[in-house]
Design a protein around this ligand. Structure first.
Ligand code: BGC
Length: 354
């Protein structure tokens, strides 16, 4: 079997915009499906240790559900992924107010973030099959300054990797933080919880949060806390701990400070394995952080792609990113983008079996 990409109509948005779905296949029959609405990955089909394929991302089987109910299932998240405290930040002495859509904070780009836009698509053919998505976020959209030209390229390699290359340029000083918000379940979506998934994180420190899930600014050591994933550990081990940070997040909903020093090449951020299926996933990134979110707010009101109801803990996210609230935290790595610069990041999800 050789690498291929094909396109088919997926639906029409409530605003009347057509949405397509692209199916990328590699020579090992791994299949990734992406729609132009939100750049959402609707399916990643990978084999278990016996060669049985399953879709390992949570999602829906229709556009209307993605438009109205989705907790950012596998969507491109921006202009600023994660939280900005009090829905405001200051650049060059000017205060920008952005929509508060998460209590007093702004979350994942505001009311109509990149996850809710229809992106333009271009197929990439060659040794590796890819899909380039582009979107122009206009000056002032969701309160952010500057026309931001964004490109996200999804590439499916023959090493069973899904590589995501993000780039953005602006014509005014702005802030940018782009990620993909996939919820993984390596047993297959809709099969139950991720508590038995074994996770390793390349992080000695994490960013503790206040009662609004905004980092306090401290880079705290993970040693002797539920946040220590330096050795492989099942999610269940500490998720029921009474540690105040776990209580605050209703589980894991925290940014980890990656140990990688060279950010020009993707470095190992996380490894996940699921003992029953044997499926594994490595996450590599050029980003300084990763948010581990264990689907704490999923509450059995959503019916997933294959017809099962999703409950709390049915998927886990590893959102590679800059730290939450960086625009208001001068000691965090900067998310400011200036005209003439290109914001460029890469994240790789590499699938295998053990
Ligand atoms: C956030 C969670 C939020 C989820 C879905 C995650 O990135 O950290 O707090 O509930 O996205 O919106």
């Amino acid at each position: 079997m050789s690498a291929a990409i094909h396109k088919q109509p997926y639906g029409t948005t409530a605003d009347g915009l057509p949405v397509d779905e692209y199916t990328l296949t590699n020579s090992h029959s791994m299949v990734v499906k992406i729609i132009t609405y939100g750049g959402i990955i609707t399916s990643i089909s990978v084999p278990d240790r016996d060669g049985q394929f399953a879709n390992v991302v949570l999602g829906f089987n229709n556009l209307a559900d993605y438009e109205t109910k989705s907790p950012y299932f596998s969507a491109i998240t921006g202009r600023y992924a994660n939280r900005i405290a009090n829905a405001r930040f200051t650049l060059n002495g000017v205060e920008y107010k952005i929509p508060a859509n998460n209590g007093i904070n702004s979350l994942h780009g505001g009311l109509k973030g990149f996850d809710k836009q229809v992106w333009s698509a271009r197929e990439i053919h060659g040794d590796e099959t890819g899909l380039e998505l582009s979107y122009l976020s206009k000056d002032g959209e969701e309160g952010y300054p500057g026309n931001l030209d964004v490109k996200v390229v999804y590439t499916l390699t023959d090493a069973n990797e899904l590589r995501i290359d993000y780039s953005a340029t602006t014509d005014k000083t702005t802030v940018v933080n782009l990620t993909n918000h996939a919820y993984f379940n390596l047993k297959g979506e809709g099969t139950g919880s991720i508590y038995d998934h074994i996770v390793t994180l390349n992080a000695d420190r994490y960013t503790p949060v206040d009662e609004n899930l905004i980092p306090t600014g401290e880079l705290a050591s993970v040693a002797d806390t539920p946040f220590d994933f330096r050795q492989p550990k099942a999610i269940i081990t500490d998720i029921r701990s009474g540690h105040p940070q776990i209580v605050r997040g209703r589980g894991y909903d925290h940014n980890f400070v990656l140990n990688t020093t060279n950010r020009t090449q993707p470095g190992l951020a996380a490894q996940v394995s699921e003992p029953v299926s044997g499926r594994t996933m490595d996450v590599l990134t050029t980003e300084p952080g990763v948010q581990l979110y264990t689907g704490n707010f999923i509450d059995a009101t959503l019916v997933g792609s294959a017809g099962s109801v999703y409950r709390q803990g049915d998927g886990l996210c590893l959102e590679t990113q800059h730290f939450p609230d960086s625009p208001n935290q001068p000691d965090f790595p900067s998310t400011v983008l200036q005209p003439g610069e290109t914001c460029q990041t890469t994240t790789i999800f590499k699938f295998g079996v053990s």
